[in-house]
Structure formats: C-alpha cells, structure tokens
Design a protein around this ligand. Structure first.
Ligand SMILES: Nc1ncnc2c1ncn2[C@@H]1O[C@H](COP(=O)(O)OP(=O)(O)OP(=O)(O)O)[C@@H](O)[C@H]1O
Length: 205
C-alpha cells in the first residue's frame, strides 16, 4: 500500500513552514528529502509520523504503518541493547531482534546498558529499532548523524533490504547514501508568510 500526501501544509509554532506538498511513496521506493536548514523537513516528517497535526491537506496510508527515527531515538538508557530491542519488538508486536543486532553489528554491545554507548553506537541501536517494528514505512530524520563510514554502509544495506521486502523509506539527509532513490527538494514548497506590517492599516495614520 502506498502513502499518499495531498496538498499538505505543515506548521511550526502555529505558522506554516511548508505549503502545498503532494507526493506518493510506493512500496519498494525510497524518497530522499532535501532542502536547506530550517526549511521544515523535520516538521514534515513529524507530521507524517503523527507527532503533530497537519495544518491542512491529506495524509493517507500512514496510520500505524510508520516507524519514525529522529535525533531522540527513544532509547531507554538503563536497559541493555538487547533489552531495548526486545522492548520495542513487544511494543510493535514484532520480532527480528537477532537480525537487527546482526544488521547493525551490535553483538558485542548487546548486554551493555544503552546509556553507556557512544553517540554512533546509540544511533546504530536507534536504527536497529526500525528492524524490530515490522512497520513498512520508514520515516527517518538525518539517520546518519554520528555514524562512521562502515555504519553508514550498514544503514544503507538495511534500507536496501527493507525496500526489497516491499517496504518504503522517506529519508531527510544531506549525504549520498548510494541508494537508488528519488529526490524531493522541498525548497519550492516554502510557505510565504506575510511580512511583519503587511496587515498594517495605513488608514490608521
Ligand atoms: N519549537 C518551535 N517553535 C517555533 N518554530 C520552530 C520550533 N522548532 C523549529 N522551529 C522553526 O521551524 C522551521 C522549520 O524547522 P525544521 O526543524 O522543520 O527544519 P529542517 O528543515 O528540519 O531544518 P534542519 O535541516 O536544520 O534540521 C525553522 O524555521 C525553525 O526555526
């Protein structure tokens, strides 16, 4: 099933940031989100993930199908790596912990409290979490931050396997992941806000 976004406007602090977005994400497809800092990529991804409401427009095929990974990965610091993955697998009623540990080379870290991991190791755990959700649509905000070259390759391989399985991925990233993917540059959807004073009533003078 596809995810379909129609004439979507997303807002931050009540003000529209991206306006009139329409796109379709098909099974097996990766879409890379591009655009300058502050344009609204995170706002868009949070809206698709259901963490905030759309300002206007339609999102179809997203509900209960999205696994969202962002800067705060929802890692429980006192639980071990394995316990974190077990926890998430239970939450999503899914499995695949062994495969997730293998895909992100976490075996030697499996019994360590997640709070003691380095930034890159935590990020690997956060991405491994995607594999135990069983969710078909991955929505990822700068997933490669803190990852070294080898970990970026692991991540790209995990995305490729996910696409081959029939999943899809929407990824905000500034780096080339070497994936066969379409690019959606959101710059042209920047909301035009009235400049301060536009509604100033000259008759008042
Ligand atoms: N809590 C907030 N309240 C109001 N405005 C905010 C808030 N957080 C972010 N913004 C603003 O909303 C706009 C969109 O931010 P967003 O984080 O979605 O951009 P982005 O494209 O993901 O940026 P980056 O590439 O830097 O991560 C920015 O102008 C930002 O300053």
């Amino acid at each position: 099933m596809e995810m379909r976004v129609t004439d979507l406007t997303v807002a931050r602090g009540g003000l529209p940031v991206l306006c009139g977005l329409s796109f379709v994400l098909e099974p097996g497809q990766a879409l890379i989100l591009r655009g300058p800092n502050g344009i609204g990529k995170t706002t868009l991804l949070r809206t698709l993930a259901g963490l905030q409401s759309p300002h206007s427009g339609r999102i179809e095929g997203a509900e209960d199908r999205i696994a969202y990974a962002a800067h705060a990965d929802g890692i429980k610091p006192t639980l071990s790596v394995r316990e974190n993955l077990t926890f998430w697998a239970r939450v999503f009623g899914a499995s695949g912990i062994v495969e997730a540990i293998e895909a992100f080379d976490l075996a030697t870290l499996a019994e360590r409290p997640a709070g003691s991991l380095s930034a890159g190791q935590k990020r690997r755990l956060g991405l491994a979490r995607l594999l135990v959700t069983g969710r078909p649509v991955w929505v990822l905000d700068e997933p490669t931050v803190s990852l070294d070259t080898r970990a970026v390759e692991m991540f790209a391989a995990a995305v490729r396997a996910h696409l081959a399985w029939g999943g899809s991925a929407l990824i905000a990233t500034h780096i080339d992941l070497g994936l066969e993917a379409q690019v959606l540059d959101v710059t042209r959807f920047r909301a035009v806000l009235p400049a301060a004073g536009d509604d100033f009533d000259e008759a008042f003078l």
